[in-house]
Design a protein around this ligand. Sequence first.
Ligand code: ATP
Ligand code: MG
Length: 174
Amino acid sequence: MTRKILVATDGSEHADRAVDLAAEMAVKMEGELTIVHVLIEDRPGDQWTRLAESEHLVRQAAQQAPKIEYVPGQLAHFFSRIQSTEEHDRLVAAMGDLIVDRAARRAQKAGAGKPETKVLAGDYASTILEAADKLGADMIVMGRRGLGPLKKLVQGSVSSKINDHAACTVVTVR
Ligand code: ATP
Ligand code: MG
């Protein structure tokens, strides 16, 4: 019986749909839900600038980098002004926390109780797979795509790697 469900989120709309489905399944199966986010390692101006739908995350995380003024709608400009590695890392960590908190609220709204959340660092797919092993997850739920720039029909590299290597059932949400 499926009891432990891990859902991976990068904060994208695709991942939001995965969180919704994972929460629904956790409720129906009376399972435990764990939300996992692996910190985004891209340099400023890459994936985060495409996170347009989650601009509010950047705005909130920007409070962690108070020297930089955040102007709504100008993510690329915002990131281009980050000077130090420390500032960048602090911002990425703050956004990681916001991403899992937001996902946890979504899951709770769907009735999933209070899910466990994990913010981890490392290679995205390997870290998610390791987390699943450690947890003894029966199922990994994720989006088919994420924050990447690829065309709609292409499966993302993280979901593709997890699909290929997971020891448990994998559900890929479209
Ligand atoms: P690519 O990253 O290869 O350019 P993409 O971003 O469109 O393409 P993936 O990164 O494979 O696609 O994302 C697919 C799913 O994998 C996401 O919806 C999410 O569920 C999960 N995922 C991706 N990155 C992370 C991450 N950093 N932390 C947690 N889950 C992630
Ligand atoms: Mg990606």
